[in-house]
Design a protein around this ligand. Structure first.
Ligand code: ADP
Ligand code: MG
Ligand code: MG
Length: 906
């Protein structure tokens, strides 16, 4: 079988094209495509990604012999087009050897330029070009790159110095110069001989002189680089499979280092930061390849506008700018015009923002690469909507041009970029809730409230948080914890509040007694300033300027567009009128989960709640509950009012009661005084409430079933609030939700309490409200018996946090201790508390939905776990046929976009 391993391109022809990325890699496919559409590209060829797999199966020698013939022919093709000969002395052809995977892996693998040079060829090149400086500059670059990449001279440790760089530095010091281009031709020559000596010393071999030996060395090195540590790590981070392999591109060299009419640069068809439709980029005169990104010399701007903006930021005067750093538009106007026309052509062709590389050789422009440019969330939205308006793409395409998760960036405060540059990172944790926060350290909720009341901005620092810290978290700018994962209490609550949070920063030693936190030798105390970056988990010392997010018109238009295609509704998880309002502004059409326990923590409420819990009999509980009722009713009124006209699912009391009682002596003493009993009595009750395994203990509907008076009170509060609002003309659609059932009888008995209470209330008030009673599906048994459950329950809401916990048997509070190992060992691909496990937990969701609807065809099904705001999980919910997803307010736009994409994907 004759498999095609090599694809040639050049002079307006190509065997490949843009849609062959899997086979030719992104770079190779686009080099071919550029040829086909008339963009000038140096001729060359691409060895396919399949050969990379063969390389790892068959070994080097076998693959080299398989390729031998094809590569010789392809080189001959370049020779003919370039009118030069590979390995020839008088008229040499030089090539570059470049890696290129399917997905771009910037800077991960290596490129070798100027291949084909040796001591004789360099002399021939001088005779051919009459430019000894250029020839020796190219040669010394080649020996260094080849030594580093192919001969393994590059140090593995980033901290260690590259032996070639060391030689250059030494020589520059000797000569008293700063920049490479200040070295003389003789110096460059000297560098080559020193480099080769270093190669001989370190590897024991002479530097290869035959062009073909060099070529095979370089091709194999590119294949080898697919498995280097950097590349492996990058693939792991980006989820790129090792089987994909890399292609190898061999391409005729064009030279940006031939003098003042030569240059090299990188450019973007739009601004990758802001999304502005502004051509921009950087270039360097008389330079090669990586010089622009390497930061050896200060690159100059391509456009005049860009150059002027740059000068302003760099405090460079207009005269100095023109003299030292003119834009390409000013310095090389005709080349600039050509470049500008071609970048437009490429953007129009690919219908997306392009990131391009080019080189100018003695006044002639060549393109070396183009790809769809990476961009910020802001730019993503702006570019998608601009392209749509320009008629370049259609609505559906525009919706897919934005990654839902990237919308997060648009919704939270951000750090001032300049300020962030000089900030020092003192610790790193998990990016638990995005955004930027800066403030003074406090360790306790009371302190947070106190400092906040005095007008301070605070960061709440805790080992971990619990519901008692809620009030503190609410007033803090951000939350930092030493323990806990992405679904720890701190993380979930912070995301719900749209507040920045870094969790699980293990390096922190927090001392509550002395109110200090220590990282290494650094000790910070209450009141010291720190800053948090919830988007990458970094903790900085001191204050860093932040700015509020502003929602752009483009963002709003994108959301409107999403709604046009969506089938899945997006609701929010909200426990306060303020959160409900935020979510409504982001487009939520209801509340999918209103937790009632958070309402109990403020001031008098917690006292009445504790009194209820600590009561010994029903009578005592009823008395205490009657104190809670008006508070709870008022809370519901606030939320219902904010959600006028929308459904609100209220979950009955869920957490274990011991979370509400005082565990410290002072709290217990206060409690005893208030209730008129002994401290000992209180302590005994607290003790009796403690459980071995509270997550599986006395919580959820088990509370309501053992203390029906709680359910009664909550029903009165919910429906009482709705009735009062009805009188004001506000429409409320309460959905009362029983948590944590596993057995239909658990549900039925609660339902009976709710309905009886409602009847009594309606009779008493002479008015009524329509409401439904449904359940959470969060215990596997409930999912397994969903048909039975649906015979009574009017709706299902999948509580996938608990459902994941109970399906995997992973405690969500303790997963942090083994999750990293599981991810590392590939036992798990992702954290199942963040991304819904479609295979296992998802099967329960699908099955329960189907079983439920087999009994009750119009059964309303939704999801209210953390997964409701995670794009791949949202798409799954669409496919399963759920009616809605519910997520924290700041994830509502993300879910809306993901839902639209899911509907379009079908
Ligand atoms: P990366 O993927 O790291 O960008 P590239 O293969 O694109 O690596 O090459 C690195 C640099 O060398 C780029 O600036 C590119 O434009 C330049 N380069 C690559 N091949 C050639 C060539 N044949 N002629 C001139 N410059 C080249
Ligand atoms: Mg490149
Ligand atoms: Mg639950």
């Amino acid at each position: 079988m004759n498999k095609k391993r090599v694809y040639t391109f050049g002079n307006g022809k190509a065997e490949g094209q843009a849609n062959m990325k899997n086979l030719l890699g992104g770079k190779g496919a686009n080099l071919a495509e550029m040829n086909l559409i008339g963009v000038p590209v140096p001729p060359g060829f691409t060895i396919t990604t399949e050969v990379c797999s063969e390389y790892y199966e068959l070994g080097r020698d076998k693959v080299v012999s398989l390729l031998q013939e094809d590569v010789k022919n392809a080189i001959a093709n370049i020779e003919q087009l370039m009118n030069a000969t590979f390995g020839d002395i008088e008229n040499p052809l030089l090539v570059s050897v470049r890696s290129g995977a399917r997905a771009s892996m910037p800077g991960m693998m290596d490129t070798i330029l100027n291949l084909g040079l040796n001591d004789d060829v360099v002399e021939g090149l001088i005779r051919k070009t009459n430019n000894p400086r250029f020839a020796w500059d190219s040669y010394r670059r080649f020996v260094q790159m080849y030594g580093d990449v192919v001969l393994g001279m590059k140090p593995v440790n980033k901290e260690d110095i590259d032996p070639f760089e060391e030689i250059i530095e030494e020589l520059k010091e000797e000569r008293g110069v700063k920049l490479d281009n200040e070295l003389s031709v003789d110096d460059l020559k000297l560098l080559v001989s020193k480099f080769k000596k270093a190669v001989k010393n370190q590897t024991g071999h002479d530097f290869p002189t035959s062009a073909y030996d060099q070529l095979w060395g370089a091709i194999c090195a590119v294949f080898d680089s697919w498995m280097n540590d950097r590349a492996i790590l990058y693939r792991k981070m980006e989820g790129i499979p090792a089987e994909w392999g890399t292609a190898v591109n061999v391409q005729a060299m064009v030279f940006g280092n031939m003098g003042e009419t030569s240059a090299t640069g990188v450019c973007f068809s739009r601004d990758a930061g802001s999304g502005e439709d502004l051509f921009n980029g950087e270039y360097l005169i008389n330079a090669q390849g990586e010089d622009v990104v390497a930061g050896i010399r200060t690159p100059q701007q391509i456009t005049k506008v860009g150059s002027q903006r740059w000068a302003e930021l760099a405090c460079v005067s207009e005269e100095e700018r023109l003299a030292k750093y003119p834009s390409m538009e000013e310095a090389m106007p005709s080349i600039y015009a050509e470049l500008d026309a071609l970048q437009t052509k490429l953007e129009n062709h690919y219908k997306d923002m392009q990131d391009m590389e080019f080189t100018v050789q003695e006044g002639k422009l060549w393109f070396l690469q183009t790809r769809n440019g990476k961009r910020t969330g802001f730019a993503m939205v702006k570019i998608a909507m601009d392209l749509l308006r320009e008629g370049m793409i259609d609505e559906k395409t525009a919706l897919f041009r934005v990654e839902p998760n990237k919308l997060d960036e648009l919704l939270h405060p951000v750090f001032d970029k300049k300020a962030l540059k000089v900030a020092s990172v003192i610790a790193k944790g998990l990016p638990a809730s995005p955004g930027a926060a800066t403030g003074q350290i406090v360790f306790f909720a009371d302190d947070a409230a106190e400092w906040h009341a005095k007008g301070h901005k605070v960061i709440m620092v805790r080992i971990e948080t619990s519901p008692e810290d809620l009030a503190g978290m609410a007033v803090a700018q951000g939350i930092l914890t030493a323990r806990g994962g992405m679904t720890s209490h701190a993380a979930v609550v912070a995301r719900g509040m749209g507040k920045c949070c870094v969790s699980g920063a293990g390096a922190l030693k927090i001392d509550y007694k002395n109110k200090t936190m220590q990282v290494g030798d650094l000790v910070l105390k209450e009141g010291d300033y720190i800053s948090l970056n919830g988007s990458n988990g970094e903790v900085y010392l001191g204050q860093i300027q932040t700015k509020e997010a502003e929602l752009s018109d483009d963002f709003r238009e994108l959301m409107t567009l999403a709604d046009k295609y969506t089938k899945l509704k997006v609701r929010t998880n909200a426990d306060t009128p303020c959160d409900a309002q935020i979510a409504r502004n982001f487009g939520a059409v209801g509340i999918g989960l209103c937790r009632t326990e958070h309402m109990f923590f403020e001031g008098e409420k917690i006292k009445a709640m504790r009194e209820m819990i600590l009561s010994e009999d029903t009578e005592g509980r009823v008395k205490a509950l009657s104190k809670i009722l008006p508070y709870q009713q008022a809370d519901f009124k606030g939320i219902f009012r904010a959600m006028d006209g929308c459904p609100v699912t209220v979950r009955l009391l869920d957490p274990p009661l011991h979370e509400f009682v005082p565990h410290d002596l002072k709290g217990q003493e206060d409690m005893a005084a208030m209730m008129g009993v002994s401290v000992k009595k209180i302590q005994e009750r607290v003790e009796s409430l403690s459980e071995q395994n509270p997550m599986l203990g006395h919580r959820g509907c088990r509370l309501g079933n053992t203390y029906p008076e709680i359910t009664e009170m909550q029903t009165l509060a919910i429906l009482g609030a709705a009735l009062e609002l009805k009188a004001e003309g506000i429409h409320t659609y309460p959905e009362i939700m029983v948590p944590l059932i596993g057995n239909v009888v658990e549900f039925q008995q609660q339902e009976a309490v709710i309905r009886t209470t409602a009847e009594k209330l309606f009779a008493e008030k002479g008015d009524s409200i329509e409401f439904t009673v449904g359940t959470m599906i969060e215990v596997p048994r409930a999912a397994l018996t969903a048909d039975k459950v649906a015979s009574s329950a009017e709706f299902f809401s999948f509580g996938t946090n608990d459902l994941t916990q109970m399906t995997f048997g992973y405690s969500r509070d303790d997963i942090a201790s083994f999750l990293p190992v599981y991810l590392d060992k590939k036992i798990l691909q992702v954290d199942p508390f963040q991304v819904l496990d479609q295979e296992g937990v998802g099967q329960l969701v699908r099955m329960a939905t189907e079983k439920g609807r087999s009994i009750r065809p119009d059964l309303k099904c939704g999801i209210c776990g953390e997964h409701g705001g995670e794009p791949s999980s949202v798409k799954f919910c669409h496919r399963v046929g759920l009616n809605y997803v519910s997520c924290s307010p700041f994830r509502v736009p993300i879910a809306r976009l993901a839902a639209a994409q899911a509907a379009i994907e079908g």
